[in-house]
Design a protein around this ligand. Structure first.
Ligand code: CTP
Length: 403
């Protein structure tokens, strides 16, 4: 099931490292190529010789090894993989990953990779339950790191509880599941817009809105996890670039439209950006001063409608064009009208009225509007909305192209 897959296995320093030796064998039995990075602490538990013998590859461990760097630099090592697996993922390596610390080959490769990372935690139950580890895990999950395990069980330290690493065959199952059902959109190209746009008034001032980019970024991350080649065109946000996604940072609506056009062709486009509807007609080249003559009058002109433009593109229209509808009243009815007006296929309508907590919040409640149907989704996290949408898209393509 893993034939031709290239796995970069990072073995960190935990007693469970001995299970990673068996993991190498199990992955190779199924046709995967396994390259390994063994951290210094990892080498206290298993030897480079065993790792090398089982993987039949050079074992990498030293960031500053000239020979290693010549043969296979740390960037290539991290990029020439279909999946990066950290097993055991100790509390320490998870903390480094969450904070972007790169102080050895393993953590440098993890920071440099543009591939999906699966962490397989292994640690003492108290360490696992510690608020610091919880917070690190939340950060990593928000960035798209996949987690397999841990499970409850007896620990090497004599305690019992959660923190025990999955057994090798269970890790193999998690990896196989990732590749099998995890890539229903492989071969598809996806385009996502996210965040606000900024429209200049003068060099220091602009018009913007409260969009956090959480929903759009979550959708781009879900597309990448589903195997789609994904471009995210985003206005300025506090969100981290999702892993495995090609991100184009823009400011204005016009720049967003141009970047979207450059990203075509795509099979599917999802417009989640809160595009400014208007921009100042002639932004001032210099900072507008208070000259005692009263407030300046701003003349606004309408921005291009990116969603409508993608939906109406003649020759390179994505097969599926999906928009959002931010409404404060008559949500379903307005969204149905908006779908027709914009010419898109599906609309995810949400209530953004004051008190709904949608803008900037972590949750969303969607009315999913298609040509034939309106489905009310329960209130859920923006990540779950993203996963459900991408799932729906995958099913749509599977129905269109049953082969
Ligand atoms: N949208 C866009 N370009 C614009 C305006 C909106 O691509 N210039 C997209 C948004 O990304 C979203 C959808 O259109 O997917 C609907 O956005 P919304 O703000 O709800 O609608 P508007 O078109 O701005 O209409 P109105 O403000 O009148 O409700």
């Amino acid at each position: 099931m893993l034939s031709g897959k290239r796995i970069l296995l990072i073995i960190a320093g935990g007693i469970a490292a001995y299970k990673s030796l068996d993991l190498i064998r199990r992955l190779r039995e199924r046709g995967a190529t396994v390259r390994c990075i063994l951290t210094r602490a990892g080498a206290e538990f298993v030897t480079p010789l065993s790792v090398s013998a089982l993987s039949e590859q050079t074992v990498h461990g030293d960031l500053f090894s000239l020979t290693d760097e010549n043969e296979m630099g740390h960037i290539r090592l991290s990029r020439e993989a279909d999946l990066v697996v950290v097993a055991p993922a100790t509390a320490n390596i998870m903390a480094k990953m969450a904070n972007g610390i790169a102080d050895d080959l393993a953590t440098t490769a993890l920071l440099a990779t543009d591939k999906i990372v699966m962490a397989v935690p292994a640690m003492n139950v108290r360490m696992w339950e510690h608020a610091a580890t919880r917070a690190n895990m939340e950060i990593l999950m928000a960035r798209g790191v996949l987690f397999a395990g841990p499970v409850d069980g007896a620990m090497a330290c004599g305690e019992f509880g959660a923190g025990r690493m999955l057994d090798p065959l269970d890790i193999v199952t998690a990896i196989e599941t990732h590749f099998a059902t995890g890539a229903p959109l492989s071969g598809k190209r996806a385009l996502v817009t996210s965040g606000p746009t900024l429209e200049a008034i003068d060099p220091v001032r602009y018009i913007a809105n409260r969009s956090s980019g959480k929903q759009g970024h979550a959708i781009a991350a879900a597309f990448a996890r589903a195997g789609a080649a994904t471009t995210l065109v985003t206005g300025p946000t506090m969100q981290i670039d999702p892993p495995g996604v090609s991100v184009v940072h823009i400011e204005s609506a016009r720049a967003m439209l141009e970047a979207c056009r450059n990203a075509l062709p795509a099979h599917v486009a999802v417009c989640a950006a809160a595009v400014s509807d208007w921009r100042p007609e002639t932004p001032s080249d210099n900072k507008i001063k208070k000259n005692g003559g009263g407030a300046p009058a701003l003349t606004l002109v309408e921005n291009p409608d990116i969603l409508a433009s993608l939906a109406k593109t003649d020759n390179a229209r994505p097969a599926l064009v999906i928009g959002f509808a931010a409404e404060t009243e008559n949500v379903a009815a307005n969204a149905t009208a908006k779908r027709l007006k914009k010419g898109c296929d599906w609309i995810l309508a949400n209530d953004v009225s004051t008190g709904s907590g949608t803008f900037g919040g972590d949750e969303n409640q969607i009315h999913f509007v298609t040509e034939t149907n309106i489905e009310d989704w329960p209130r859920m996290s923006k990540e779950d909305v993203a996963a459900r949408l991408v799932d729906q898209i995958a099913r749509h393509f599977a129905e269109q192209d049953p082969a």
